[in-house]
Design a protein around this ligand. Structure first.
Ligand SMILES: [Zn+2]
Length: 415
């Protein structure tokens, strides 16, 4: 590598570190930025100058003198991300629902709407164009021109092909291989990424606490389905086409109950809401899972019955814990994660699920491996999917677009 290319690489890395530090820790003085990044005052000064010139960073208010007693009377200018530098748009697609959320460069959420939109019966060839039209109206109402949006991220239940931008299979769609990214890119002329919603949850956790979740962490989503977002060495792992970590569709028992994916015996067929309801009822394992989500009041009723000792309900939650536990045991043997995080509305019934879950992990993997893994439950709402999508979009901007260099003029495209 030439010396010139080498030093450009270093500058790029430094710009990225400065942007990411301001993003995670908020506004701070240059001296503090230097302390946190380990960069010299001269380097900080030069990078800050470049980022201010490009409109990505702005000098803001002066810290009160009391914060810096040793420099009483000398106001300190802090640096902050410029919220107007770019916008990103998160699109969450679930069964018969489309949620659109606009955020600024600081990650602060502006306009947000939830639309009822038929997904299950939708015509696969036209669906992407319909979403694009909704985005266009949404941006008009928000008075944000499309060119001010740097990137759109779509989070979807089920299996998303990150490379093609299609929804390969999802409980939200009757059709397979629904094109989403391409039609939106064509209609609006903006870059679009499409990803699985549980992966976006992992992005959200990663931004929330990079120290805690930045190693190798598996986030298990429990609710209408069973999903997983996998953080490996600090990055969400999507696999070559986005199909990685389909934990819910790992086989638990060959030829077991029917799963929503069409196969038999998947973990989800035992541990998703519909699997628990089916096991607790008189329905056979071969009964076709319902296309719609199980209403919350049905799950609440079932949890209540199990708490009062109703045997079928108790056994159904135990079976769910067992399927999850053996699945997690396999995951531990394979990847040795430092944390397994259980999240989603299904964790409401954790007290009913947990004993069988821990027993099955203990039965499924040797103690020496198991003891290194922290298993925790976080009450994450589905909002975490939107937050993770926004965080992922901004991280992509910081790392791959804005840090790239001042020979480009990214703001021209950002509006
Ligand atoms: Zn399945």
């Amino acid at each position: 590598m030439s010396e010139k290319a080498d030093s450009e690489l270093v500058r790029r890395q430094n710009r990225r570190v400065v942007l990411e530090t301001l993003r995670h820790a908020g506004p701070m003085a240059r001296i503090e930025l230097g302390r946190r990044t380990g960069l010299s005052p001269a380097t900080i000064s030069s990078i800050a100058g470049q980022l201010i010139d490009r409109g990505l960073v702005q000098p803001i208010d002066e810290a009160p003198a009391s914060e810096m007693p040793q420099k009483r009377g000398r106001p300190i200018t802090r640096l902050d991300l410029n919220p107007a530098a770019a916008h990103v748009l998160a699109v969450k697609l679930s069964i018969d629902e489309l949620e659109l959320v606009l955020a600024d460069f600081r990650g602060e959420v502006g306009r947000r709407i939830v639309l009822r939109i038929p997904t299950y019966e939708a015509d696969a060839a036209r669906f992407g164009a319909t979403v694009a039209q909704e985005i266009r109206s949404f941006l008009q109402a928000a008075k944000v021109p499309a060119r001010a949006v740097a990137r759109i991220g779509v989070a979807v239940q089920g299996l998303a092909d990150t490379h093609l931008g299609t929804v390969v299979w999802s409980p939200a769609f009757g059709a397979r291989n629904v094109p989403i990214g391409g039609p939106i890119e064509q209609a609006l002329g903006l870059p679009v990424s499409v990803a699985n919603d549980a992966n976006m949850m992992a992005e959200g956790l990663l931004s929330l606490d990079p120290q805690r979740y930045g190693g190798t962490t598996a986030v298990v989503f429990m609710g209408y389905g069973v999903g997983m977002g996998l953080v490996i060495d600090g990055h969400v792992y999507h696999g070559p086409t986005g199909g990685a970590a389909e934990f819910g569709h790992m086989n638990h028992i060959p030829r077991g109950p029917l799963c929503r994916c069409g196969r038999q015996g998947c973990i989800e067929a035992y541990a998703a809401d519909y699997g628990i309801v089916r096991a607790a009822s008189e329905m056979a394992g071969s009964a076709r899972p319902s296309e719609t989500a199980v209403p919350e009041e049905i799950m609440l009723g079932l949890e209540e019955a199990a708490r009062h000792g109703e045997p079928r309900a108790r056994a159904a939650f135990e079976k769910a814990g067992e399927a999850l536990g053996f699945g997690i045991a396999r995951l531990i043997a394979l990847l040795s994660p430092s944390r397994v995080v259980l999240a989603g509305p299904g964790t409401r019934a954790m007290a009913l699920i947990e004993p069988a879950l821990h027993r099955s992990i203990a039965d499924g993997v040797v103690d020496e491996l198991r003891r290194n893994v922290a298993i925790e439950v976080v009450p994450l709402s589905t909002d975490m999917i939107v937050k993770g999508t926004i965080d992922g979009l901004l991280r992509h901007l910081d790392r791959d677009v804005l840090a790239a260099g001042d020979n480009r003029q990214p703001l021209e495209t950002l509006g």
